[in-house]
Design a protein around this ligand. Sequence first.
Ligand code: GTP
Ligand code: MG
Length: 273
Amino acid sequence: MDTNVQKRRESKKSLRVKVISLGNAEVGKSCIIKRYCEKRFVPKYLATIGIDYGVTKVQVRDREIKVNIFDMAGHPFFYEVRNEFYKDSQGVILVYDVGLRESFDALDSWLTEMKQEMGSQANMESIIFVVCANKVDLTKRRVVDESEGRLWAESRGFHYFETSAQSGEGISEMFQAFFSSITDMCENGGKRPTPEVSIGFTKEQADTIRRIRNSKDSWDMLGVKPGATREEVNKAYRKLAVLLHPDKCVAPGSEDAFKAVVNARTSLLKNIK
Ligand code: GTP
Ligand code: MG
């Protein structure tokens, strides 16, 4: 075969991508990458100093993907080093520790830092995000449950995986889905599918589940003022029941939210004449 034709074919098949890892210090970013690339786990904490860089080759369908991995330090001290490395990423691995709520709450500020540093280049639609709910092996200390994490991720159009760098759970599935989505995006003109098309639930449903989860009492949960009438309670209940009924709503956590709303209504009606 003509060598130029062969070269062109090969270059069409091979792809070079850049991915970065983000999340608070000590959540397990480096261990997740190590588990995937070196198939091992190091229990001792060795904080990443600034950035670690590595290259790996993966096969997605008929394409060879050369992946440049930039493993960021999560500690605020390294902000000045990190901020240079956000640009030109096709994929982001966002990690939190399921036993530390503040590491989950921090995901929003990691996205904010990233957008800020990318500046005018910040086209978040051209980046594949995967959220790792890590350290799921430590079941006793878990404080952020699956539906909460999944809802945060999927309502933004991000992948969600439960992972353990220690046991290896979820790690290869996560990387496979991640690289396959990055390849799909590159083949489809550099845009990922919009969440509305891919996830099957609305922002209103996601926001309502979150609000219910954070409500302070039954009044608050139904969104009525303390002292509301039976009619007001029933009206609010019906609206939420239509929105969250498990037959209609596939958002993570909708079943628990629906049950909580039913219970809130029952307990309020007991005390209203
Ligand atoms: P920085 O580099 O400081 O941002 O931290 P990091 O997010 O890279 O954390 P690292 O991977 O270094 O892991 C931190 C600590 O958590 C280490 O002691 C790891 O052994 C431990 N660890 C990481 N993943 C897991 C896991 O899935 N399960 C358990 N039990 N421990 C883990
Ligand atoms: Mg690290």
